[in-house]
Write a protein that binds this ligand. Structure first.
Ligand code: PMP
Length: 433
């Protein structure tokens, strides 16, 4: 039995059955039903709930609302596109103008030279596509044993079949009747490149298709890489013919103060997965940027040229793409990425001050506009985040008794200090120290 199976087959409780029909995501239902925070309006960094609360969004939702909430230009872009054409699919010889335009734009800003772009509806989708394409690549090359996908402990790559199977947060993999939904996966150390080398030797490079990694682990607790780690695993991938998939679902489109984390850490991945920050969440959109070595064989002008048999009705959804195009225009026009680069040191300093001031804060970590505050074992990050809500701020508990900080890029220095101060207040309120 796994930790997810503890509450096995007891009948559902009548008071919970009578709650909302919507099944909440990633929730222990008895802990959340009856106390849900129902957001009905957003403006900039602020959210308004149906029970009259005004809350500062210290996490930009699930790391997505980078330009802030309620941006009228994005609403207008969606409205105008829907009047013109809600969407048309991009299967076979059909396409739509906005998907093509977004492809050009993304290829132009991609850290991958001459990238082709695959579009879909979110980060979990993107991960599934990237892992499928990695396997498809080696099958097509005739190196048919190269199937294993490596991922790091504490990794989060969404929750579709591949994301679940390569999850480094064990609780996301448990309870499905086997170690993983896709059998050919293996975990590597999140911070020790020597161990990664050992795993590659044990499994055999001839059996490994790709290594998937976040640049800064998000849901795993905001873990920036230990110095040299990413560079070393990138080298191991190159030397062993293992494709490197950089999951930039959180870090893509500015959260590091560079457009992509690949630039921040000087990496040259074979694929980059993205979602969230491509639209700041104004439309469900994600995708994969693909390097020439992977796409060129599918672009040969010959009858036997292979086909990548992947696609979905909403791949390249015209309204989502129109929103993304307007969103990227706003990001550039308002100079939000260089602004994040400025905020990086403000956040780092504020967190260091917090750790020095509040004894129950055992560690702080940050990179770009991503921060994590780890609490000592006498406290629960979940309870502290509940207290934070009462102070008017949203933080989010992550693995390792850590509080997530990832505000919208439009946050002011003063607001960032208020957010960190409020966390300090909530921690001190609980711990008395
Ligand atoms: N990869 C990473 C690094 C993520 O943080 C997430 C979402 N938090 C995903 C993939 C999955 O994205 P989505 O929720 O859009 O499917």
């Amino acid at each position: 039995m796994t930790i997810n199976d503890v509450a096995h087959s007891a009948p559902a409780t009548p008071s919970l059955i009578d709650g909302p029909a919507l099944w909440p995501a990633q929730a222990h239902t008895p802990s959340v039903l009856g106390r849900q925070l129902v957001v009905e309006r957003g403006e900039g960094c602020w959210l308004y709930t149906t029970d009259g609360r005004k809350l500062f969004d210290g996490t930009a939702g699930l790391w997505h609302a980078n330009v802030g909430h309620g941006h009228p230009e994005l609403a207008q872009a969606a409205y105008e596109q829907m009047l013109q054409l809600e969407t048309y699919h991009i299967f076979a010889r059909y396409s739509n103008d906005k998907a093509l335009q977004l492809g050009e734009k993304l290829a132009a800003i991609s850290p991958i030279e001459r990238a082709k772009v695959i579009l879909n509806s979110g980060g979990s989708d993107a991960i599934d596509v990237a892992c499928k394409l990695a396997r498809r690549h080696w099958q097509r090359e005739g190196r048919t044993s190269k199937k294993v996908i490596l991922s790091r402990e504490f990794a989060y790559h969404g929750l579709h079949a591949y994301g679940t199977s390569i999850a480094g947060l064990e609780f996301n993999r448990e309870g499905y009747g086997s170690e993983s939904l896709v059998p050919e996966t293996a975990r590597i150390s999140f911070n020790d490149p020597a161990q990664v080398e050992e795993v590659i030797q044990r499994i055999g490079a001839e059996n490994i298709a790709a290594l998937v990694t976040e640049a800064v682990q998000g849901t795993g607790g905001v873990n920036p890489p230990t110095p040299g780690y990413l560079e070393t695993i990138a080298r191991l991938c190159r030397e062993n013919d293992i494709l490197l998939i950089l999951d930039e679902v959180i870090t893509g489109f500015g959260r590091m103060g560079t457009m992509f984390a690949a630039e921040y850490y000087g990496l040259e991945p074979d694929m980059i997965t993205f979602a969230k920050g491509v639209t700041s969440g104004y439309a469900p959109l994600g995708g994969v940027m693909v390097a020439p070595r992977l796409w060129e064989p599918f672009y040969v002008d010959a009858p036997d040229t292979p086909i990548f048999r992947h696609g979905a009705t909403y791949a390249g959804h015209a309204t989502a793409c129109a929103v993304a195009l307007k969103h990227l225009e706003i990001l550039e026009r308002e100079q939000l990425v260089p602004r994040v680069a400025e905020l990086e040191s403000v956040l780092r300093q504020a967190l260091e001050d917090l750790a020095a001031r509040v004894e129950a804060v055992t560690e702080v970590r940050s990179a770009g506009l991503l921060g994590g505050v780890t609490l000592d074992a006498s406290l629960s990050a979940e309870q502290v985040c509940d207290d934070l809500v009462e102070l008017g701020f949203i933080g989010r508990p992550l693995r390792g008794n850590t509080i997530q900080i990832s505000p919208p890029f439009i946050i002011t220095d003063a607001e960032l200090h208020s957010l960190i101060d409020a966390i300090g207040q909530a921690v001190t309120g609980r711990s008395g120290k």
